[in-house]
Design a protein around this ligand. Structure first.
Ligand SMILES: Cc1ncc(C[n+]2csc(CCOP(=O)(O)OP(=O)(O)O)c2C)c(N)n1
Ligand SMILES: [Mg+2]
Length: 597
């Protein structure tokens, strides 16, 4: 292109070249040149053909960030959000940190005060580069307009390469107004990073290293795959499933890894950890060989690392991030690389391997039968687990689910039938309340033909309640299911267990919110409250079948608790299974002994 265009135009062209079809953004003074460029870009597309970029306007910048995250989590593509300087940028800190903690690829573009005003406490100036450098995968402040185009392109490269994450590009207003040429190619050189990414891309499991792995597997009687979200990020769910079925190895996943396995697969043990299935946690206790794939032994999985998997004679660990190897648990066999490639390499190398693990599988089948998830089925009050079971009947795993944070998130994780990768979107590491509704909006934009269901808590949905209107403004058929227990149930559960029932600041029984009126005020034509157990199944069927935006509030038992539970910092031996899940006898907990099977 030989004609000079504005910095704003350059940003938009670079985004279009990256295949961006949707931007979630909130405007303001310092980003106006780029907003104007979007308008003009789309106008040109309308006249001359070309793919316009949809600009989705949320109620707040945090909403925009989680929408971009929902878009990214549900597709694997880079999500984009675009906000103004100062408060627009600081409102974006939470989703950026959330994406970092869960390894989600997004690019955030922030307007900044003009270069000449930087550091002068100008109107709506915030130290975006400093703030974001500490919580993003990478942050840029564009001070040389000649580098603007390459910086935008590089931001996408960094966001999606290696271990994915958020990248922030802070662009002073005068750089957006600068006039220059669009080159159409070129990225910045990031020496250390480029080398590391190339190493990861080229990283393969050598035949000798594969042999060492299969020697460990051959020596094992009770191998267990422990898979994390990196399996989903790497697009390796198919490989994980093949690996599990080819060698007959059961799989447990982290909260973030849910969906990597079909929860109905006989070899699936569903989720492990603090609120994992009792049988998954027993499997960890009993296993003699843990194969960790793209998972990081975080404290919700291994609260007491020393006591975790006490009978494991070996641990294998595959991760894309070298910093994770040995961070919490040291591995006897390790590989740094892409999970998909690594599993493919092992599948190929192990094509002749076979070992009978049927005794171990049978042992776990018994565990599943004797210690399943369960709850107070006889109660007159609506139990949240029952609501999710009814939802499963209607949806049969064919939906994208999002959640808020709290008990409802854990009940969803425990009880939902999940068939597909990228079908369970939740704020895992940060645990950010307010994620569910906003992520559902982003996921629905990215997947217009899929059913998107937000399972939310009454506390969590309040956090970004302004986004209810975004659902109806864009006529998104998002389904919102609020499990209302009149308060911050998870906080109450901890107060019940660890603070002698002093329910400080967590009870909302006297709060005045009428969620149905709220939904109606925001234009929901389907807004139903369910307080009678007998109505749950029928309402949920109508709710899911409703073609447009739909809202259901279910008034659940305020005292329902999430079990099993391993208290923070405790070991699996201290797992509490509650009144409805039988715990196994202590004698059988000392696995690794000859009497295990
Ligand atoms: C932004 C934010 N603030 C505070 C918390 C701490 N927290 C974790 S769960 C929870 C209660 C959530 O209440 P609700 O959404 O109603 O879910 P419930 O546990 O009742 O199902 C709180 C306050 C958090 N996770 N995120
Ligand atoms: Mg609640």
């Amino acid at each position: 292109m030989t004609q000079a265009i504005s910095g704003g135009d350059i940003i938009v062209k670079a985004l279009a070249d990256e295949g961006v079809d949707t931007i979630f953004g909130y405007s303001g003074g310092a980003i106006l040149p780029t907003y104007d460029a979007i308008f003009r870009y789309n106008e040109t597309c309308e006249k001359n053909g070309g793919q316009p970029i949809q600009l989705v306007v949320p109620a707040s910048e945090q909403g925009a960030g989680f929408m971009a995250a929902g878009y990214a989590r549900s597709t694997g593509k880079v999500g984009v959000f675009l906000v103004t300087s100062g408060p627009g940028a600081t409102n974006s800190v939470t989703p950026v940190r959330d994406c970092m903690a869960d390894s989600i690829p997004v690019v955030l573009i922030t307007g900044q005060v003009p270069r000449g005003a930087l550091g002068s406490d100008a109107f709506q100036e915030a130290p975006v580069f400093t703030l974001m450098s500490t919580c993003a995968k990478h942050a840029f402040l564009v001070t040389d307009p000649e580098e603007l185009e390459a910086t935008v392109r590089t931001a996408f490269e960094i966001a999606r390469s290696g271990r994915p994450g958020p990248v922030v590009v802070d662009i002073p207003k005068d750089v957006q107004n600068w006039m220059g040429l669009y080159k159409g190619s070129g990225v910045l050189t990031l020496r250390g990073y480029d080398r590391r990414v190339r190493e990861i891309q080229n990283s393969r499991i050598t035949p000798e290293h594969a042999k060492a792995f299969f020697d460990l597997l051959a020596a094992s009687e009770r191998p267990l795959l422990y898979a994390g979200s990196g399996v989903i990020n790497a697009g390796a769910a198919d490989e994980l499933r093949r690996f599990s079925s080819q060698f007959g190895i059961p799989v447990t996943t982290t909260l973030m890894g849910l969906g990597a396995m079909d929860s109905a697969d006989p070899l699936s043990l569903t989720m492990l950890g603090m609120h994992g299935a009792a049988f998954a946690n027993y499997a960890v206790e009993d296993s003699d060989f843990i194969i960790a794939v793209a998972s990081r032994f975080d404290d919700r999985v291994a609260g007491k690392p020393k006591e975790w998997a006490p009978n494991a004679r070996a641990i294998a660990h595959i991760d894309i991030d070298f910093a994770e190897l040995g961070k919490v648990k040291s591995a006897n066999w390790g590989h740094i690389g892409d999970a998909k490639v690594a599993l493919q390499d092992l599948l190929a190398a192990g094509s002749g391997f076979s070992k009978d693990f049927s005794k171990w599988q049978a042992h776990l089948d018994v565990m599943k039968k004797e210690h399943p998830h369960n709850y107070d089925r006889a109660s007159e009050l609506i139990q949240p687990q029952y609501v999710i079971e009814c939802l499963n009947e209607v949806v049969q795993g064919e939906a994208i689910f999002t959640t808020g944070v709290g008990q409802h998130q854990m009940w969803a994780a425990q009880y939902l039938s999940l068939k597909h990768a990228r079908s369970f979107l939740t704020s895992g590491s940060m645990g950010t309340m307010g994620f569910g509704l906003t992520a559902a909006i982003g996921a629905q934009f990215a997947n217009p033909d899929k059913t998107v269901i937000n399972i939310d808590g009454d506390g969590s949905i309040r956090m970004n309640l302004g986004e209810m209107e975004t659902v109806t403004t864009y006529n998104l058929p998002v389904k919102i299911l609020v499990l209302n227990n009149s308060g911050d149930g998870m906080v109450r559960q901890w107060q019940r267990l660890f603070f002698a029932e002093r329910f400080c600041g967590s009870d909302k029984s006297l709060h005045k919110k009428d969620f149905i009126k709220t939904a109606e005020a925001d234009g929901f034509e389907f807004a139903v409250r369910v307080s009678d157990k007998a109505d749950v199944a029928d309402v949920l069927r109508r709710f899911i079948e409703y073609p447009g935006p739909a809202f259901v509030e279910v008034v659940i038992d305020q005292n329902a608790c999430v079990y099993p539970m391993i208290g923070p910092g405790s070991g699996y031996k201290e797992m509490v299974t509650g009144d409805f899940i039988p715990a196994r006898a202590v004698a059988t907990q000392s696995a690794g002994k000859a009497d295990l099977f």
